[in-house]
Write a protein that binds this ligand. Structure first.
Ligand SMILES: [Cu+2]
Length: 176
């Protein structure tokens, strides 16, 4: 991998320098003012006033942050899913239905096991692991994924489950 000193690092450097200079300036001003003798009441009055503004600012910041971040929650509800794909792992196979899904649709994988614990791992056509969830007997674990790329996807078991664990691989098609 080639290391570059690019645009983003320069922005970070400039931001760091601005903050550093501001901090030094603030510390200098505070240190110089500490030499003067100031009435204690005056200091507390100013402090209380600043504290109220600070509290209002923090409350506003927090409220805005909470409200705005609600729109970016990474939890699509199952009701939005275009299709549910039922997956079951067993010694030593994967069964799934339906066997093909259209590209671009949001899939809700409902994953369980017929016997022991397995690891449901799903790889896109480029061989990149795009999601995984445990396949457990008696439980249904859900995994929401949007399969954008058409092609052959692969399911592999990611949890050692027995002497033919390595054979727990199957493919399925995502149609354009
Ligand atoms: Cu396995």
């Amino acid at each position: 991998m080639e290391l570059e000193f690019g645009g983003f690092q320069i922005v970070v450097l400039i931001a760091f320098l601005v903050v550093a200079v501001a901090l030094v300036a603030i510390f200098t001003v505070v240190a110089l003012q500490a030499r003067r003798n100031v009435e204690f009441e005056l200091v507390t009055e100013t402090g209380y006033r600043l504290r109220r503004y600070w509290l209002a600012f923090l409350a506003l910041l927090l409220t805005t942050g909470v409200v705005v971040s609600l729109f970016f929650l990474p939890y699509p509800s199952s009701a939005d899913s275009a299709a549910t794909v039922r997956v079951s792992g067993g010694l030593f196979y994967w069964s799934m239905s339906p066997q093909t899904v259209p590209a671009g649709s949001e899939i809700n994988f409902d994953v369980t096991s017929a016997d022991v614990n397995h690891g449901f791992g799903i790889y896109d056509p480029d061989g990149v692991l795009i999601g995984s969830v445990q396949a457990m007997p008696g439980y249904h674990n859900e995994l929401d994924l949007t399969l954008d790329k058409a092609g052959t996807y692969m399911i592999a078991c990611l949890e050692f489950c027995g002497f033919k664990h390595h054979e727990m691989i199957r493919e399925f098609e995502v149609t354009p």
